[in-house]
Design a protein around this ligand. Structure first.
Ligand code: ADP
Ligand code: 5GP
Length: 190
């Protein structure tokens, strides 16, 4: 099925850990292969099945800090004890060549992008309830109890900031949330 992306632009998706960002982004990319997802740098250890350069660029603290010092990141933040950042050059290259770019990043990074790219579309993905969020993080089975607690604590701050975003999409029914993202990002099936 051919797809048409009418606007080459920068879009950003933020939301608490476990809300379903990764799940929705995977679906979105499968349906709109012309959309490019930025691959972030992180100091977090790879989860089972995660590959360097595909899911993340995995770094030591030292090499991440060197990247920051060299100005290689468009934004970066600390989240649940690890550093995460968006490599600058690949994003700028895509935008300059007219490709639509999607960033899947946390709140502090979204705030930095709001300063540097005020024209970017900022979408917040919210869970139907905090109980369901916890259920999803636990159900994913990737985090230690310590990491789950850090992520749930951080979720409160993130949920309180949803009013800063251009749009809020509730990920209750997956297909409904996907359609809503497509509408907001003006992604249409031809
Ligand atoms: P995030 O990337 O935001 O941390 P994930 O995409 O890893 O979240 O999703 C967390 C868990 O929730 C996964 O197990 C996923 O299958 C599940 N999930 C995602 N969206 C939904 C949904 N709409 N309804 C029920 N479960 C969902
Ligand atoms: P996870 O460890 O679950 O893969 O990601 C934890 C959090 O880091 C998520 O909220 C995710 O959106 C965020 N994140 C991933 N990449 C980046 C990035 O490049 N920059 C920022 N600021 N956050 C990121």
């Amino acid at each position: 099925m051919a797809t048409t992306d009418r606007h080459a632009r920068l879009a950003l998706l933020t939301g608490p850990s476990g809300v379903g960002k990764g799940t929705l982004v995977t679906r979105l990319l499968a349906r709109h292969p012309q959309l490019w997802l930025s691959v972030s740098a992180t100091t977090r250890a790879p989860r089972e099945g995660e590959q360097d350069g595909i899911h993340y660029f995995f770094h030591s603290r030292d090499s991440f800090e060197a990247l920051v010092r060299a100005g290689g990141l468009l934004e970066w933040a600390e989240f649940a004890g690890n550093c995460y950042g968006t490599p600058r050059q690949p994003v700028m290259q895509r935008l300059q060549s007219g490709t639509s770019v999607l960033l899947e990043i946390e709140l502090e990074g979204a705030r930095q992008v709001r300063q540097s790219f005020p024209e970017a579309l900022q979408i917040f993905l919210a869970p139907p309830s905090v109980e369901e969020l916890e259920h999803r993080i636990r159900g994913r089975g990737t985090e230690s109890e310590v990491s789950i607690q850090k992520r749930l604590e951080r979720a409160r701050t993130e949920l309180a900031a949803q009013g800063e975003f251009d749009a809020v999409v509730v990920n209750d029914d997956l297909e409904t949330a996907l359609s809503e993202l497509e509408r907001l990002m003006r992604l249409t099936n031809a």
